[in-house]
Design a protein around this ligand. Sequence first.
Ligand code: SF4
Ligand code: SF4
Length: 172
Amino acid sequence: MSEVITLRLLEDSSIHTAIKKCIQCGTCSASCPLSHYMDYTPRKIVNMLRNGMYNEVLKSKTIWLCSTCYLCAVRCPAKINLGEFMISLRRHALSNGYNNAQEYLKLIKTYAEFIEKYGRISEAMLMINYSLKTNPVKAIKMIPFALNLMKNGLLSLRVEKVNDFQVVKTKT
Ligand code: SF4
Ligand code: SF4
């Protein structure tokens, strides 16, 4: 990777802030609903940048799988906005010819199908549908984990439709 590209990446304010302020506590990775599907956890991505692994980061699926839900940003003790950080990394990846956007497009398509049908998403069903389209073997391996969550009332397969679905339809 050229020095100019590296410099531009490191000077990007959201990337610079994360590299400088992250305390590597792992709260982001533990909070992220998509970390099981990522090749590197959000915490690891920050650490990889610190260690100069720029190519690996820009080639990673992680930066495309982040749904910018901001759960990590809300919980981060260092007040780092990893959602914005991931968006910046995508921008750098695209402008430098690292095009690994296919995973992202499949996720967005699945997301849009749910909104169109129900006006909202069900986290569990979204991930099941997405996994079946991308990595069914991994989805099967996660069944025991999902069953455990369901047993403890932390996961539901129920998909609810918004009450005033017509309003959502008109706005989409
Ligand atoms: S939660 Fe914040 S401080 Fe902790 S590892 Fe993630 S980005 Fe770093
Ligand atoms: S903003 Fe991205 S990295 Fe953070 S919890 Fe949401 S999906 Fe995970």
